[in-house]
Design a protein around this ligand. Structure first.
Ligand SMILES: Cc1ncc(COP(=O)(O)O)c(C=O)c1O
Length: 395
């Protein structure tokens, strides 16, 4: 089965002629995701937030089932948090690092993650090392094997980096992590919603993702998966009266499930919106979504590469919906503005968002376009036509 384009575009609320090609920034919510949130906000306004939560208890609980179905885990392994960063940080800072421990990470690692590694390196004397990439650009699993020793405490990688179409081989990395009994954290922020995810195949201990990107959910919500394998042995870096119970003057007990990584207050409209977005994606089928996203992205890369002066910068054997490029002699910000003036929305990826990779490949600011299954070929044509015009080519 393939994606029914007419049906999915019928669920869009964007204006005719507007080309949204910044799905890696924040994708367009389908109508049902918006309506789910509005309905809950109206309920909160009419009966109060606490009563609205009580009335919607079952639907709120069902969001955990939706996340569990999306990534093939148990509902008690899911924490729903404010965003991917909070999820990732709760997992990372729960790991009891000691001086001399090694963290192995990706060259195209996301800035916030790398900053956290550097902080722990500074505070605890942990050593941070990047795993070399293959000639194609993805994490080299053979090099990873060579780096393993008993001091490796954590393998932590971003599956799809913020700065390009690369998909890292997280399953093959998981095999190495499991064989060597090393903690394994996957940042799936840019992959969730555009490619199928299965934490059993990935064999990770933690996986974090956000709502607003390829999942097409609301802003300000994300989730963290924590495997049952490690859940019991990990203490969250911060606790409150939701993640733990105060049992007597000197003691508390942590929750048994992954919600020990949550805190009490939460945006229930966003949470319900996330559930609705995940159900929408599951109904379409993640295999179908990936097939359509890949088809559109491949087509866009080909069209861009044919324009003189345009360089496409995506690396990796397996690629996804993020398409990055530069135009010779024209700053990415200027290209982005020209596109925006012509109702084509993209974003700019700066070298500091993935400094190691950007330095290694000497990348300038990149124009980051990113397709979703609801995009039309005509929208890709509109982008290409703008790039031709700004670079002085005939259309
Ligand atoms: C690879 C990657 N990881 C993590 C994040 C952070 O996600 P959030 O802003 O939801 O915390 C981003 C955001 O762009 C990202 O691209």
């Amino acid at each position: 089965m393939s994606i029914d384009k007419q049906s999915v575009t019928g669920d869009l609320l964007s204006e005719e002629g507007f080309c949204h090609l910044d799905n890696a920034g924040a994708a367009l919510m389908p109508r049902c995701v918006l309506e789910t949130q509005i309905e809950h906000l109206k309920l909160e306004a009419s009966v109060g937030g606490y009563e609205a939560e009580r009335l919607k208890h079952d639907q709120i609980e069902a969001v955990y089932d939706s996340v569990a179905r999306l990534i093939n885990c148990h509902r008690d392994e899911v924490a729903i948090v404010e965003n991917a960063t909070v999820g990732w940080m709760m997992a990372f800072y729960a790991i009891p690092f000691a001086a001399g421990d090694r963290i192995l990470t990706a060259e195209a690692e996301y800035a916030s993650n790398y900053l956290a590694y550097l902080q722990i390196a500074r505070d605890k004397g942990v050593i941070v090392e990047t795993i070399p990439s293959t000639a194609d650009g993805e994490i080299d699993v053979e090099s990873l094997k060579d780096l393993i020793d008993e001091r490796v405490k954590l393998i932590s990688v971003t599956q799809v980096p913020t700065n390009g179409g690369l998909v890292n081989p997280v399953e093959a990395i998981g095999v190495v992590a499991r064989q060597n009994n090393i903690l394994y954290l996957v940042d799936a922020c840019q992959s969730a919603g555009q490619i199928p995810l299965d934490v059993n195949s990935i064999q990770c201990d933690f996986l974090s993702a956000t709502g607003r990107k390829f999942l097409r959910g609301p802003r300000g919500v994300g989730f963290l998966f924590v495997s049952r394998r490690v859940l019991d042995s990990l203490h969250p870096p911060m606790i409150d009266l939701f993640s733990a119970t105060w049992v007597d003057a000197n003691h508390y007990e942590l929750r048994k499930d992954a919600r020990r990584f949550e805190n009490w207050e939460s945006n229930y409209a966003a949470k319900l919106g996330l559930g609705s977005a995940i159900d929408y994606a599951l109904n379409l089928g993640l295999d179908n979504i990936e097939a359509e996203v890949t088809r559109l992205a491949d087509r866009l890369r080909l069209m861009l590469a044919e324009i003189p002066g345009v360089s496409v910068h995506d690396i990796g054997k397996r690629k996804c919906g993020i398409v990055t490029f530069s135009v010779a002699g024209i700053a990415a910000t200027e290209v982005e503005k020209h596109l925006r003036d012509n109702r084509v929305q993209v974003s700019v990826s700066s070298p500091v968002s993935t400094l190691i990779d950007a330095t290694r490949r000497q990348l300038p600011d990149l124009v980051r376009s990113s397709v979703h299954y609801y995009n039309q070929e005509s929208e890709l044509d509109a982008l290409v036509s703008c790039i031709k015009s700004i670079s002085g080519q005939q259309d």
